[in-house]
Write a protein that binds this ligand. Structure first.
Ligand SMILES: Cc1cc2nc3c(=O)[nH]c(=O)nc-3n(C[C@H](O)[C@H](O)[C@H](O)COP(=O)(O)OP(=O)(O)OC[C@H]3O[C@@H](n4cnc5c(N)ncnc54)[C@H](O)[C@@H]3O)c2cc1C
Length: 304
């Protein structure tokens, strides 16, 4: 069985398959640290992902897994962190929200203690867990899914699916972040307007603070824009003034693999082999990773 893609979707799916006894190889064009997944803020929250009823179920499945992984944060990279979604209202969210333990209305928004994954650490841990289950990761580019030499092929190529499938409905939603020295912020906060290209969020990670962000549709530019970075810092500092003087450590850009709906389905290749798609997770690929991986693994079985 070959999983194409070694971001959070591919590695999580590969882990579940390998731990169920399959022989799994991951083929990825880039190493995990150069994927969109490595750029992600890592906060568990459905954002810019559809369709909502399925996303809610995948996200809740993943939430339970991340809550367990948070018992070993140094190893897994996952921690439970308090924070507030400013401007969010329970009534505007799907049914899933009522099942998030501790999610509650506070002045101006919703508060909760949610999983936050330190993505470079989490991706490295997923890879080690895969290797412990005898799975492998190889740096290989795929140009034709039907030519991948395996009885079952799982496509977790993220935005790469656009040309690989090909599927023009997968489109980039560019996100830029500024990484600063943490001036003492211990909780995350977001003020996100789904319809706007600019949002304001802060996510504490070990040794650093992530400041966001942007959501620029159909923008393929992977270069950080200095003007955008300055506005991100200014917006975040308007909420927490101590951020204004924080030393900038790095700039990050990632392209979210957006689609009108996540593609999680089984297809037969012309020669009868099975191809399972698991891509198009938009702004919440970490949030839904375990739920989608379970469904993708189920779809690989002869009688799903
Ligand atoms: C700034 C920013 C902040 C974000 N914050 C969050 C957050 O807080 N929480 C959250 O849940 N989500 C967040 N996201 C979204 C999240 O990053 C994505 O949904 C997720 O990373 C998608 O994972 P993926 O594995 O599908 O894709 P990717 O991580 O892009 O991985 C795709 C893999 O496929 C490989 N590939 C592609 N084409 C080919 C090919 N032809 N042959 C071989 N391999 C190929 C790539 O090399 C890579 O290994 C954020 C995104 C951005 C940009």
């Amino acid at each position: 069985m070959i999983v194409v893609g070694g971001g959070v979707a591919g590695l999580t799916t590969a882990v579940l398959l390998a731990e169920s006894g399959r022989r799994v190889r991951v083929w990825a064009r880039e190493p995990a640290e150069r994927t969109t997944s490595a750029v992600a803020g890592g906060l568990w929250w459905p954002y810019r992902i559809e369709p909502e009823p399925l996303v809610g179920a995948w996200a809740l499945t993943s939430l339970r897994v991340y809550q367990e992984l948070a018992a070993r944060p140094e190893e897994t990279g996952v921690r439970l962190v308090d924070g507030v979604h400013h401007g969010a209202h329970l009534a505007e969210l799907g049914g899933w929200a009522g099942r998030v333990p501790g999610l509650r209305a506070v002045a101006g928004g919703l508060a909760a203690r949610l999983p936050v994954a330190d993505m470079p650490v989490h991706l490295a841990w997923l890879r080690r867990r895969l290797e412990r289950a005898a799975g492998t990761v190889e740096l290989r580019e795929v140009t034709d899914l039907a030519a991948v030499p395996a009885a079952v092929v799982v496509n977790c190529a993220g935005l790469g699916a656009r040309s690989l499938v090909p599927d023009p409905s997968v489109r980039p939603v560019r996100g830029q972040l500024v990484v600063v020295e943490n001036p003492g912020v211990t909780e995350w906060f977001t003020t996100v307007d789904d319809s706007s290209a600019a949002s304001t969020y802060v996510i504490p990670q070990p040794g650093r603070l992530l400041l966001g962000g942007t959501a620029e549709e159909d923008d393929w530019n992977l270069e950080p824009d200095p003007g955008t970075a300055a506005s991100i810092v200014a917006r975040c500092a308007s909420v927490r003034p101590e951020i204004a003087g924080a030393r900038i450590l790095a700039h990050r850009v990632g392209l979210r693999p957006a689609r009108t709906a996540v593609r999680l389905e089984r297809q037969l290749l012309p020669d009868g082999r099975v191809l399972v798609h698991n891509y198009g997770h938009g702004g919440a690929g970490v949030t839904v990773a375990w739920g989608c991986a379970r469904e993708a693994a189920r779809l690989t079985s002869p009688t799903p």
